[in-house]
Write a protein that binds this ligand. Structure first.
Ligand SMILES: C[S@@+](CC[C@H](N)C(=O)[O-])C[C@H]1O[C@@H](n2cnc3c(N)ncnc32)[C@H](O)[C@@H]1O
Length: 200
């Protein structure tokens, strides 16, 4: 009971702190924790931010890679502009948007972030299929635009398929870590895969 109370209030803490600091969402703290741990964002790098709205990951990213770094953000939903961030509105699994993402930058990306999650239906067969489609597109995007030794941070949901996802990703990267940031709601099954050093 007390444990539950602590968890709920801890989550409130991040929401309040995000508001106070004018971060667009509490997700800011998740990326901050991941970045502090794995040191992914360096000045001058180019980053794709998938599932970017309302924009706290883009805010965080541009603050770490400016003045010469580049962020290309994409979401089905509208995102209010952020200085230094190029926003593409649409579903990145659709061919047209996917093509835009692969052509908008002439140079390769050093990091792909994905906080995107398909709508959860509760029917595991459908949810796994939707998630698998998302994963396939993200891997295809790595093949097209990720630089050798680049990194990928991707949200996934902890379930029976997770080992399969990990196996697929580990074929492409030198190292794979799993992180559940403190700011991630404890009842949520979300975890983040941090895939380090793209092999190709
Ligand atoms: C948890 S929110 C992301 C929060 C964001 N990282 C931030 O810091 O503000 C997940 C977002 O993923 C987007 N999304 C899910 N599937 C997508 C897809 N296939 N293409 C583009 N955006 C997608 C949703 O519209 C939603 O805005």
């Amino acid at each position: 009971m007390i444990n539950n109370w602590l968890k709920v209030n801890f989550n409130d803490f991040f929401t309040k702190k995000a508001k106070q600091n004018k971060f667009r969402s509490r997700s800011w703290f998740k990326l901050d924790e991941i970045n502090r741990k794995y040191n992914l964002l360096k000045p001058g790098i180019s980053v794709i931010d998938l599932g970017s709205s309302p924009g706290s990951w883009s805010q965080y990213t541009i603050s770490k890679i400016k003045p010469n770094g580049k962020v290309i953000a994409c979401d089905i939903l509208f995102m209010y502009p952020i200085n230094g961030v190029k926003f593409i509105q649409g579903n990145f699994c659709d061919d047209e948007i996917f093509y835009k993402l692969t052509t908008v930058s002439k140079n390769k990306m050093q990091l792909i972030l994905s906080d995107a999650a398909p709508n959860i239906s509760g029917i595991s067969l459908i949810d796994n299929k939707n998630f698998y489609n998302l994963l396939t597109k993200i891997i295809l995007l790595c093949r097209k635009v990720l630089a050798k030794n680049g990194n990928l941070v991707m949200k996934i949901f902890y379930n029976g398929e997770m080992n399969r996802y990990m196996k697929i990703i580990s074929l492409l990267f030198n190292d794979i870590k799993i992180n559940k940031p403190v700011a991630s709601k404890s009842k949520s099954k979300e975890v983040y895969i941090i895939a380090i050093k793209y092999k190709f």
